[in-house]
Design a protein. Structure first.
Length: 217
């Protein structure tokens, strides 16, 4: 990762204009993993926030891409079946993982293991999608498998309750909704979230959700 952390957070007008805040929008800036947030309530589901790691991975400046659908990363060699997988997950508002060829701004290709997950608002309506991108080096096909095994191992360290909470987070539910669904207090859910972040060695929800999706939770 390069550049100061403070330049990693790229808020845009629509959020400010609609007075929207969501912890995930702040938390992605602290992630070492390339991460984006899109707004499916705007036409064509544009990116509304990206972090420094995403700019470093793709070579784009934030001004080039905020407001655009993330399909600009696609190109001639992108596997249409994988794109279809992403399209379906978006329309079904479900988390998914896909691996496809993407292109940086300078036209070079990279293999991208993309994770997508929905985030619902307090009324259960889709509010955002989080996406995170991990480059799979061409020379080493097993990286994705290793990451998946690591994710399975990490999730294996969680208590059944923590696993349940992580699974609901990956499905897009907020703390309040999770508390309601599991008949727990919000405080208890928050405590479990904190503990599970620690066990997963992460400090933010986007990375924890990626681990959950990689582990197939
Ligand atoms: C949050 C988010 C992140 C995404 N990240 C990527 C990505 O890194 N690479 C990619 O090829 N597509 C990505 N997509 C998928 C494309 O934006 C697009 O939805 C998909 O290619 C389906 O294309 P279509 O809308 O043209 O059918 C992402 C979508 C969302 C909502």
């Amino acid at each position: 990762m390069s550049g100061p952390i403070s330049s990693a957070w790229v808020p845009t007008e629509p959020i400010a204009a609609r007075g929207k805040r969501h912890p995930v929008l702040d938390s992605i800036r602290h992630s070492p993993i390339a991460t984006v947030v899109s707004d499916p309530n705007q036409p064509d589901n544009p990116l509304i926030a990206v972090n420094r790691a995403f700019l470093d991975l793709t070579g784009y400046d934030a001004v080039d891409i905020i407001g655009r659908n993330c399909r600009f990363l696609r190109g001639a060699d992108t596997d249409t079946a994988q794109t279809e997988k992403l399209r379906r997950a978006i329309s079904e508002q479900k988390p998914t993982l896909a691996e496809l060829v993407n292109y940086r701004k300078d036209g070079t290709k990279f293999r991208n293991a993309v994770m997508l997950a929905p985030l619902f608002d307090a009324d259960g309506r889709i509010e955002f999608f989080i996406g995170s991108q991990v480059e799979i080096p061409r020379a080493d096909d097993s990286i994705a498998a290793i990451r998946q095994q690591q994710a399975v191992d990490l999730v294996g360290t969680l208590s059944p309750r923590q696993r349940e909470i992580l699974q609901l987070m990956a499905q897009g539910y907020r703390t309040k909704q999770i508390a309601y669904m599991l008949t727990l207090s919000e405080k208890t859910v928050q405590m479990h979230r904190m503990l599970l972040f620690r066990k997963l060695s992460t400090s933010n929800a986007a990375d924890a959700v990626r681990i959950a999706v990689e582990a197939g939770l």
